[in-house]
Write a protein that binds this ligand. Structure first.
Ligand SMILES: Cc1cc2nc3c(=O)[nH]c(=O)nc-3n(C[C@H](O)[C@H](O)[C@H](O)COP(=O)(O)OP(=O)(O)OC[C@H]3O[C@@H](n4cnc5c(N)ncnc54)[C@H](O)[C@@H]3O)c2cc1C
Length: 309
């Protein structure tokens, strides 16, 4: 089965909520007491070991036997160490174990990047949000993952730690394909960093079939405005392609342009043309392209309104 076929089958069962109650294959369980301990365990146990954070993506896959790790390394005891949202200088630092609920409730985060609160309001339900983490969301690399689209829109950087030290990877390079990331077998995503610049804002729009469902399509937008002109703008989409990478042609059209309805329509059309949706139970490819266009326009309109308020 190719990666894309596997992605399709995972999406079919998990994204649509068609999770059959099954029992995972047997596995050994370890609790990590520090990041270094987790890395040490990953190195020692090899490629059959998997970290578990909130478990809201990994456990359904294990129940369906789409993931069959021999060893589970529980990193929930690291929630104090890696559960934080803090601003230092011109950067926002978010620990990988920060839960959806903490992202939703953080006024500091909403003030700098309102796109997070927009997205978190429509991610799953309180049960999932209480446990699911930003690290798990990005590492799951589901093409429908809302936080991946948010982080792509904001041009975030991911800090990956292994026994040789740390490396920093852009969101562009972090997702190498559906359900595949730049995190190696014995590595750990520890932190997400987002540059904070003045005169900017952001927004997120999602269409879902019912409250708390995965996206049919969602779009994020971020803009920075100087003297009435967009100095930089970015758009990210979820659920309409192999991953949630941002759209370079949209950024090119926004750079140096004055905000207007014509510009939003132009960039909406670019977003629709750049994506590659599939017809499935959530809608036809044409309908999803239409949503990519419309939601991009709405996100841009809101981001500009917030940046200029
Ligand atoms: C019913 C339901 C509805 C949902 N709806 C939505 C939705 O609308 N939008 C949305 O975006 N998401 C949705 N989700 C997914 C949810 O956001 C999960 O929280 C998220 O996908 C994974 O986070 P987690 O902490 O639970 O990760 P886990 O399931 O614990 O892990 C996921 C993967 O990431 C790896 N991993 C975890 N942490 C790290 C780390 N620090 N470093 C390296 N690898 C790591 C694990 O080994 C595993 O492979 C939904 C989930 C459910 C169950």
């Amino acid at each position: 089965m190719t990666v894309v076929e596997r992605a399709g089958s995972v999406s079919k069962y998990i994204n649509r909520g068609v999770v059959q109650m099954q029992v995972p294959a047997p596995f050994e369980y370890e609790r990590a007491t520090s990041v270094d301990h987790a890395i040490d365990l990953l190195e020692r146990l090899g490629s059959e070991a998997r970290l578990i954070a909130g478990g809201h993506s990994l456990l359904p896959m294990m129940r369906l036997r789409l993931a069959n790790p021999e060893y589970i390394i529980d990193i929930n005891d690291l929630a104090d160490e890696l559960g934080y949202i803090r601003t230092q200088g011109d950067t926002m630092y978010i620990g990988a174990m920060t839960r959806h609920r903490e992202l939703l409730e953080s006024n500091e985060l909403a003030a700098a990047f309102p796109i997070f609160r927009d997205a978190e309001k429509v991610i799953a339900d309180p049960v999932v949000r209480n446990r699911g983490t930003i690290g798990g969301s990005l590492c799951q690399a589901d093409p429908s993952e809302d936080l991946s689209a948010v982080c792509s829109t904001l041009d975030a950087e991911c800090v990956i730690r292994g026994s040789q030290g740390e490396r920093v990877v852009s969101m562009h390079d972090f997702h190498v394909g559906p359900y595949e990331t730049a995190v190696g077998d014995a590595e750990f995503l520890t932190e997400i960093r987002i540059p904070i610049r003045p005169n900017g804002s952001s927004a997120y729009h999602k269409v879902e079939r019912r409250a708390g469902d995965w996206a049919v399509v969602s779009a994020g937008a971020a803009v920075w405005i100087d003297d009435g002109v967009i100095s930089e703008g970015r758009v990210g989409l979820a659920a309409v392609g192999a991953n949630t990478a941002s759209i370079p042609d949209a950024a090119a059209a926004l750079a140096g342009a004055a905000p207007s309805e014509e510009l939003y329509a132009q960039v909406g059309a670019i977003a629709a043309a750049a994506c590659s949706p599939q017809t499935d139970g959530r809608g036809t490819a044409d309908y999803k392209r239409h949503l990519a266009n419309e939601l991009t326009q709405r996100a841009l309109r809101d981001a500009v309104a917030r940046a200029t308020a």
